[in-house]
Design a binder for this molecule. Sequence first.
Ligand code: KG4
Ligand code: ZN
Length: 344
Amino acid sequence: MNVLGIETSCDETAAAVVDDGLVRSNIISSQHVHSKYGGVVPELASRAHMRLIVEVVEEALVQAGTSKQELDGIAVTQGPGLVGALLVGLNFGKAMAYGLKIPFIGVNHMEGHLYSNFLSEEKPSYPFLSLIVSGGHTMLVHVTSNSRHRMLGQTRDDAAGEAFDKVAKMLGLGYPGGPIIDKLAINGDPEVITFPRSYLEEGTFDFSFSGIKTSVLYYLKRQGILDSEMNKTSIDGQHLANICAGFQLAVVDVLVAKTMAAAAKTQVKDVTLAGGVSANSLLRNRMREEAEKHQYRLFYPRLEYCMDNAAMIAYVGWMKLREGMKSDFELHAVANLSLQSHPG
Ligand code: KG4
Ligand code: ZN
């Protein structure tokens, strides 16, 4: 079964072909137009999707060696995301499926991330625990079987990636901030400046990252690195690296501790990481150490499957279409679509 996936929930215009669960192509066009604003500008994102969608979809078909007529279904991200951005992919996918007279299915973007570890050869086994960490979300999900999952906790304010992006913006480092901080932190000493870890109340698997962002802001102001107008003054390279390393360790410490606690509670054997922040080198290393210590099998996606991509959307679409599920053409884009719990 040949499924075309389309993903336009944020600032990546992406299309992919998955054939019986195997990725045949995975095209991602990142929009660089947002970098000078330090974050995604919704209207610019929608316009860029409109400009890019035709060529990205065509390229996905060419690289997969598939013609439109050989497609058996089309899977498109329905939400969560920016509604104007979602609408571009959703309407494109609907129109294409209608014209080709093949089924169309809307996919929850978070379910896509949840299954991004199934795109590689070695797959996790059910039941597993997944930490999804991206620019918009931070959640721990217990997955018991195909499309059966239960949300254990999520962020109550900022997502982990959002904290990386906001701190990078304060430091004038550009967008997206995560990869830049990750790189700078390599030369920093994380013990020089310690930022607070927020574990919230005992036993909860929820997260909170707005406090650490504020504490970085106060630190920068106290040190005169940000002036009263919030403009960055000068900062020496080692000091910058230490700030990045201290901040990154504070975020990673919380992510690792909560994931390990949730893995112990759910008694899983497999733990997966997903979403843009799962590309973070410290997070991967610390998780690897902890997983080894507690004898969990740890999975994280290849880099192109950590970030927003359409292969994960096509994969989930394929899982559902082969079970006879499909969406009707009335399906709406839903900006705050939640990952419903379907405990098995
Ligand atoms: O999953 P994703 O591509 O898009 C969303 O659904 O949000 O995640 C993007 C997020 C951004 O916040 C970006 O700064 C973060 O992932 N990110 C990282 C790294 N690479 C990307 N954060 C920390 N370290 C990284 N290496
Ligand atoms: Zn995402």
